[in-house]
Design a protein around this ligand. Sequence first.
Ligand SMILES: Nc1ncnc2c1ncn2[C@@H]1O[C@H](COP(=O)(O)OP(=O)(O)OP(=O)(O)O)[C@@H](O)[C@H]1O
Ligand SMILES: [Mg+2]
Length: 243
Amino acid sequence: MVAPSMDGYLLRAEEISAGYGKMEILHGVSLAVRPGEMVSVIGPNGAGKSTAFKTIVGLLLPKSGRILFDGREITGLRPDQVLRLGLAYVPQGRIVFPQMTVLENLEMGAYVERDPARVREACERVYALFPILAERRAQKAGTMSGGEQQMVAVARALMTRPKLILLDEPSLGLSPKFVTLIFEKLSEMKRAGYTMMVVEQNAAKALSVADRGYVLELGRNRFEGAGQALLADPEVKRLYLGG
Ligand SMILES: Nc1ncnc2c1ncn2[C@@H]1O[C@H](COP(=O)(O)OP(=O)(O)OP(=O)(O)O)[C@@H](O)[C@H]1O
Ligand SMILES: [Mg+2]
């Protein structure tokens, strides 16, 4: 089999159509990420942002289109297979195992890793980025604040040392202080060399930290470009940035 051309991209989702049952939600959406990039995906509620992420990570099978990751086609692979190839996913809604400690939650993130020494090493790497989780390693995740739980969810996804992390609404429902903190963490992750694609409600903040951005609307691509260019675009401003 000939390896598909990635053209400098780590991920290419090409003209994906997907939905639920007979209902088609995405009508040919394309998204791409280069190594080292932070890409933001914005758009109104119901635009299909979460559906796009679910399709990329294998939770939904696209009706048409294809998904290329790291030099191979991953269309139709299961989420665990996609994760093993280095594509991690943090779903919307900061899902943690509430009865488990922070450390146990992190260990669950590394379930594909058998070697305990490598799991410990992964924990140390994650603690360096999220020192609060080191302090709280023995605390039950369900007793932490919303913002802290979101950090557990993000940290858990980093445990496999993924090549790309998809984050769906990491700041949703958090207090302004934690929204700021989460965006700081995303910037730190980028500086630490992680490649990310992030869906965000907080469009202005998301575009200001992004290398590139996509605007989805009604299951289609509406705008794309450099984060700063989208921020400055009068139509994007008027339609999505409240001014
Ligand atoms: N499990 C599901 N079954 C049926 N329809 C669904 C399901 N999940 C989402 N939808 C529908 O798909 C459409 C797109 O939803 P999606 O969650 O992808 O939007 P979104 O852009 O992530 O919105 P939000 O900003 O509110 O998170 C919506 O009309 C939604 O009702
Ligand atoms: Mg969503």
